[in-house]
Design a protein around this ligand. Structure first.
Ligand code: NI
Length: 135
C-alpha cells in the first residue's frame, strides 16, 4: 500500500463561539480565538490518498488531479474567506481545526478518482495540527 500526499496552504479568518455559552464562558473556553472582531490563521492542509500503483501509469493517483480536486472543493471556498460567514461547508459548525479537518474530509472523500482518501491533516499553527481519518 502506498500513501501519496498533497500539501496546500490557505489563509482564513474565524471566530470560535458557541451561543449556548455565556460571553464569559466563551472567552474562557476559546481564548484568543473568541475575539469578536475575528482573526486569521495561515493553515497548511495535507491530503493523503492510499492505494496501489497502477501498472500502466506508475501512479497511485495523478497529483495534478488531486491538486485540482482539493482546489475546487476546498481551497477556493476557504482561502481569504471568513470560515464562519462565507464557507458553505462550515455553516453552523464551530470552526475549530478539528471541525475544519472533518468538514474537509467530507468535501473530498467521494471525489478521489483512484485509491482512497486516507487522512486529512490540518496545521493551524506551527505546533498544533489535527488529523482526521474518517469515522
Ligand atoms: Ni483562531
Amino acid at each position: 500500500m502506498f500513501y501519496v500526499s498533497r500539501r496546500e496552504t490557505f489563509s482564513a479568518a474565524h471566530r470560535l463561539y458557541n451561543p449556548k455559552f455565556s460571553e464569559e464562558e466563551n472567552k474562557r473556553i476559546f481564548g484568543k480565538c473568541n475575539n469578536p472582531n475575528w482573526h486569521g490563521h495561515n493553515y497548511t492542509l495535507e491530503v493523503v490518498v492510499a492505494g496501489e500503483i497502477n501498472p500502466d501509469t506508475g501512479y497511485v493517483i495523478d497529483l495534478k488531479y488531486l491538486k485540482q480536486i482539493i482546489t475546487e472543493n476546498v481551497i477556493r471556498k476557504v482561502d481569504h474567506k471568513n470560515l464562519n460567514l462565507e464557507t458553505d461547508f462550515m455553516k453552523g459548525i464551530i470552526p475549530t481545526a478539528e471541525n475544519i479537518a472533518k468538514a474537509i474530509w467530507y468535501q473530498l472523500v467521494d471525489k478521489i478518482p483512484t485509491g482512497k482518501l486516507y487522512a486529512v491533516r490540518l496545521h493551524e499553527t506551527e505546533n498544533n495540527f489535527f488529523e482526521y481519518k474518517g469515522e
